[in-house]
Design a protein around this ligand. Structure first.
Ligand code: ZN
Length: 505
């Protein structure tokens, strides 16, 4: 067997174990009976250890070496085709990382993360931060240990961040988010100076069944293939990939706020469309090359569909009649203009996932600051709720009355994802850049939304973002797709123009 074929075979085998574990995690979040948690944690720990064993086989290291792929030159022999060199780079990075972390630590952390996640869900429900705090402490400790295994000399946060956004550092993110903050705060102030918009109609009672039907219709409209994925409900919406033709997404139905399920579904659909569109080449299907370029690129897809499409004037104009019919009488008497303004109402609020486009990134900035401080030890686990509340007051001018609506609202830290939040803010920036690039390349995305040509947008994304998988690092993917490096001013300009219109200034 040729060396590359054997490498692919080993990679696919490891992927089979990882995706089986992902199925168990999906089940835990959607339909597992609560008493199963102890055994589920053992099952996940076992599979994680098995996958880790597959990822660290000495044979993989030898095969990589024989193709010239070493840590200093991960892409291997210069004579290999571009796609194969990209593949070697991905495998070398994964192998280097996996072999630096002891198998025992991987299993231990997987087990603890599963228990921590369950403890978080309960603590959030009962507004009991004290019950979750010991789990959070463990997750922070595990992250420190992982970072020190990967690169004992580097800043722990940089090492963790690099897992999600290759090439970024705490300093590079701080610079981007710092500049963004300088733009967002005055914009928010400007909006606060205008009369507030009415969105009370969004809180009219809306039965779950009507919302579910709307979600199903939206998925069809946007090109989600129900033969290759499905929508279920979960307390905290997410998407997960179980196979190259099996992407699971979730949403939640709040009977007194239907946009939560509607926009949650569009958001997760964006993630799913990305995963289902990855296809660098037939021989790379099911390999590590057929995965997302980065978490921020992933988020750029969900937020593009949720905001640039779903909250656009064109979408509101064309979709409101059908929505009114299917949700009747919830939107009776609501004009397109009123719906457009209501759904784009800006109000500094407590919950990140419900935040408007202007204040959203401020929620991320808070989490970025706090997780860095937790990791470095500058902030103690005990002091997190107070620091959270103070940060909310400073950045958004509001303070949660409970930890459930404060530091317990997100599940990321509960399952040990430290360094993940910046991806959300970067995702907004990338989304605006894709949109601008479509316009520059003659696609006229707003027109596509207006005439229901969502497939034209999807085709562009497939070609420029989805198809290559992780052949290119995020920075390179953006440069190729949009013709320039990441330019945060595109997002800022988009917000300023849109919200000047929405609020009339
Ligand atoms: Zn997302």
């Amino acid at each position: 067997m040729k060396t590359l074929d054997r490498l692919r075979q080993l990679d696919v085998e490891a992927g089979l174990v990882e995706r089986t574990a992902a199925l168990l995690s999906w089940d835990q979040e959607t339909c597992m009976p609560s008493a199963a948690i102890g055994e589920r944690a053992d099952q996940l720990a076992f599979l994680e250890a098995l996958a880790h064993g597959k990822r660290t086989l000495p044979e993989t290291g030898e095969l990589l070496l024989s193709l010239g792929s070493v840590s200093e030159n991960p892409e291997g022999d210069a004579c290999l085709p571009e796609m194969d060199r990209a593949y070697l780079r991905i495998l070398r990075r994964a192998w280097d990382r996996a072999t630096k972390i002891p198998a025992g630590l991987v299993a231990e952390m997987a087990r603890a993360a599963s228990l921590s996640q369950a403890a978080w869900a309960k603590a959030k429900e009962q507004d009991d931060y004290g019950a979750f705090a010991p789990h959070l402490k463990k997750m922070i400790d595990y992250n420190r240990r992982i970072a020190s295994c990967l690169d004992p000399g580097a800043r722990a946060y940089d090492v963790l961040l690099d897992r999600f956004e290759e090439g970024e550092t705490e300093a590079s993110i701080a610079a981007v988010l710092g500049n963004l903050k300088q733009e967002l705060l005055p914009l928010l102030d400007r909006i606060r100076g205008r009369p507030q918009l009415d969105d009370a109609f969004l809180r009219r009672p809306c039965p779950k069944a009507a919302q579910a039907a709307l979600s199903a219709r939206l998925l069809e409209l946007l090109g989600f293939d129900t033969a290759r994925g499905r929508l279920d409900t979960a307390a905290h919406p997410f998407s997960t990939t179980l196979g190259s033709s099996d992407v699971r997404i979730t949403t939640r139905y709040e009977e007194d706020y239907f946009p939560s399920s509607m926009y949650g579904t569009i958001h997760e659909c964006g993630h799913a469309l990305y995963e289902l569109g990855v296809d660098p080449a037939p021989e790379y299907r099911r390999t590590s090359l057929a995965t997302a370029s980065s978490m921020a690129i992933h988020e750029s897809q969900s937020r593009l569909w949720e905001n640039l499409v779903g909250r656009s004037r064109a979408f509101c104009e064309t979709q409101l009649p059908e929505m009114s019919r299917s949700l009747s009488p919830v939107l009776d008497g609501v004009s397109t203009e009123a719906y457009y303004r209501g759904i784009n109402r800006v109000e500094a609020s407590l919950i990140r996932t419900d935040a408007d486009e202007v204040s959203y990134s401020l929620h991320i900035i808070l989490r970025f600051e706090l997780e860095g401080a937790l990791l470095s030890g500058d902030l103690s686990i005990t002091d997190l709720p107070a620091a959270w509340n103070a940060g909310m007051k400073r950045l958004l001018g509001v303070e949660p009355a409970s930890d459930a609506k404060g530091c317990l609202q997100d599940m990321h830290w509960a399952f040990g994802a430290i360094g993940y939040f910046p991806s959300y803010a970067l995702g907004n920036l990338y989304a605006a850049q894709w949109w601008a690039a479509m316009g520059e390349q003659g696609l006229q995305p707003d027109q596509a939304v207006a005439d229901g040509g969502f497939s034209r947008i999807l085709d562009w994304l497939r070609q420029n973002v989805h198809k290559p998988g992780c052949m290119f690092r995020p920075a390179e993917l953006v440069r190729r797709g949009s013709g320039r490096p990441l330019d945060p001013s595109l997002f800022v300009d988009y917000l300023k123009e849109k919200f000047a219109g929405v609020y009339g200034f």
